[in-house]
Design a protein around this ligand. Structure first.
Ligand code: HEC
Length: 97
């Protein structure tokens, strides 16, 4: 009987340890290449939707600027500097194929 209790405790500890990893993997921040602007994208672009919206897009710089404008209209919080940084970062890493 004691064995069973110990086993259950071990399983619940394992589940707790694994849990935080799951949503992080679903957000796939690892798919964002390093570079200036990455931190801003992680912070400012994952508040309303997953980063999938960003990751599956392939846009020119001008198109990214327009997209960021749309997000600002929807309530995204970025300074002018951050907008420039993010537009550079996204068009460099998620530009047209
Ligand atoms: C205030 C909320 C909000 C923030 C912050 C936000 N978005 Fe969005 N975004 C939306 C909504 C709402 C949609 C449309 C619904 C959806 O696709 O989930 C959307 C859709 C998108 C799409 C898909 C649009 C399409 O037509 O394919 C892209 C790309 C995108 N967002 C990029 C970004 C980027 C880049 C940032 C950071 C600069 C950002 N979003 C931050 C609200 C937001």
């Amino acid at each position: 009987m004691l064995r069973l209790v110990e086993l259950m405790r071990a399983v619940s500890v394992a589940v707790c340890l694994a849990w935080p990893v799951l949503p992080a993997a679903a957000q796939s921040p690892a798919a964002l290449p390093d570079g200036p602007g990455r931190e801003v994208v992680l912070r400012a672009c994952s508040q309303c939707h997953s980063l999938e919206n960003v990751l599956r897009s392939r846009l020119t710089r001008r198109q990214w600027e327009a997209r960021i404008d749309e997000m600002l209209a929807r309530g995204a919080k970025l300074t002018d500097e951050e907008i420039d940084l993010v537009a550079d970062y996204l068009s460099a890493n998620f530009g047209p194929p």
